[in-house]
Design a protein around this ligand. Structure first.
Ligand code: SF4
Ligand code: SF4
Length: 441
């Protein structure tokens, strides 16, 4: 539960809220049928329109409603999936508004212990610090590798650990930490270099999904790219922005902008949809920080999702057959945050032998949504359940999706249902085809 707040004190940071963006809403309600929380809960306050009303009422000049626990409940129950943005005929930037609202709430409230842990320990203490991240994931790797995980499960210790135990059960296999070291600052193109691209390796992506990063770099070099992966880069700040931890997000954005020489690069590539949406919006994040505005714009203009980049260049046709049934689930921050729909499908369809089966409601959120599956476990599980029913209908052997949070959430769904399916990033499948490898072996 969120703590109650100072009812009639002036709201700190209220000027950060864009009333003009809010005024674009005509209250038509066309976004309601696309909202997962509205569908599950049936409450106007859990719909995009209701949440916009709550934001407007809290940040208006005269007679504002208090920023209390009830207000926060509806604002934080939003997945920030941005399906309402796609549906909205008036162009309301819902994601920006909810993120601004959460940032203001964070400035004005004394948060309860669980939220303080996320904000102070995870978002501020761990994600921005590469050494700490490396240490934590090395310890987790040792924990998994030397049978301690097996033992804790066997002895039922996880059940006694409550929420920590639940988080542990969601944790995937951590790759050998030495794998990260194979990613160099400069990886040359295969053959003649046609492009020079930057690569964002990410924070969690690099620790948990190192193989996807390696596959992305291989695909890029296969397509004539010199790949620059600056070691000064850091976490993109997506989780910070989504959860209202704006001061840290700004520091991270500045560090990333400074790490890449945009004039020297044709594009900056990312393989994580959630991070990509935030990186493309650094300009918006910097709107109250004129000293960085121009650099942020130059940076954001160069950002491209890997599938977007491949669709724009003359992609080398893959030749290795993959005779597998594959379905594709669209990450919200790719389809709604970046309006990228066809490009990942194009990558998959280019693979000889691959049978792409369309998934019902592929553009609906899986319930992963950053840390949503940890802080809102019941609602997240309900949303995942529906997604998994549609996935099961496809009888797919491989579920492709391009975001680490979605991969983890769908893996959890696969595990719970006992489905004989593997969750992969589309770029891993393309990489397998280039290498003539079977993705299931
Ligand atoms: S972002 Fe998603 S969950 Fe939030 S209001 Fe919009 S559609 Fe609903
Ligand atoms: S956000 Fe857009 S679709 Fe939803 S009520 Fe407002 S104007 Fe209509």
């Amino acid at each position: 539960m969120q703590q109650a707040q100072t009812q009639f004190k002036p709201i700190i940071g209220a000027e950060l809220f864009s009333q003009k963006k809010l005024d674009a809403c005509t209250h038509c309600g066309l976004c309601l049928p696309t909202c997962p929380t509205y569908r599950e809960l049936g409450l106007e306050t859990d719909s995009p329109r209701g949440r916009l009303y709550l934001m407007g009422a809290a940040f208006r000049q005269s007679d504002p409603i208090p920023l209390n626990d009830d207000w926060a409940k509806y604002i934080y129950r939003c997945l920030d999936c941005r399906a309402c943005e796609t549906a909205c005929p008036s162009g309301v930037h819902f994601g920006e508004l909810i993120e601004e609202a959460r940032a203001i709430y964070e400035m004005n409230t004394e948060r309860p212990t669980e939220q303080k842990f996320w904000r102070n320990v995870v978002f501020k203490g761990i994600l921005p610090n590469k050494d700490r991240l490396d240490l934590i994931f090395e310890l987790l790797w040792l924990y998994q590798r030397f049978g301690i995980r097996w033992l804790t499960r066997k002895l039922g210790i996880l059940k006694l650990m409550g929420k920590m135990g639940e988080m542990e059960s969601m944790m995937p296999e951590i790759p050998n930490p030495s794998l990260k070291q194979t990613i160099r600052e400069f990886t040359p193109a295969k053959g003649v270099a046609k492009y020079r691209v930057g690569f964002i390796s990410g924070c969690i992506m690099n620790q948990v999904f190192t193989e996807i990063n390696l596959a992305t770099i291989r695909v890029l070099t296969e397509n004539g790219c010199d790949v620059i992966t600056p070691s000064q880069q850091t976490c993109c700040g997506a989780l910070h922005v989504h959860n209202g931890v704006r001061d840290t997000a700004l520091d991270l954005a500045r560090q990333n902008i400074d790490a890449f020489d945009t004039d020297d690069l044709d594009a900056i590539i990312i393989n994580s949809a959630g991070c990509g949406a935030t990186l493309k919006e650094y300009e918006v994040l910097m709107e109250h920080h004129p000293a960085y505005a121009e650099k942020a714009e130059a940076f954001a203009t160069k950002m491209q999702d890997i599938s977007e980049f491949l669709a724009e260049i003359e992609m080398k046709p893959p030749e290795g057959e993959i005779r597998r049934r594959v379905t594709y689930d669209e990450p919200c921050h790719l389809v709604h945050g970046q309006q990228i729909r066809l490009q990942p499908r194009k990558v998959l369809q280019s693979i000889p032998g691959l049978e792409l089966i369309e998934l019902r409601e592929s553009e609906w959120c899986c319930g992963g949504a950053g840390i949503y599956n940890i802080v809102q476990p019941e609602l997240s599980a309900q949303i995942l359940e529906r997604k998994m029913s549609y996935i099961a209908e496809t009888n797919a052997e491989i579920i492709a999706t391009g975001n680490p949070g979605c991969i983890l959430q769908i893996q959890l769904g696969v595990q719970k249902r006992g489905l004989p399916a593997k969750v992969m990033h589309p770029i891993e499948l393309l990489d397998c085809s280039y290498r003539g490898a079977d993705p299931l072996k």
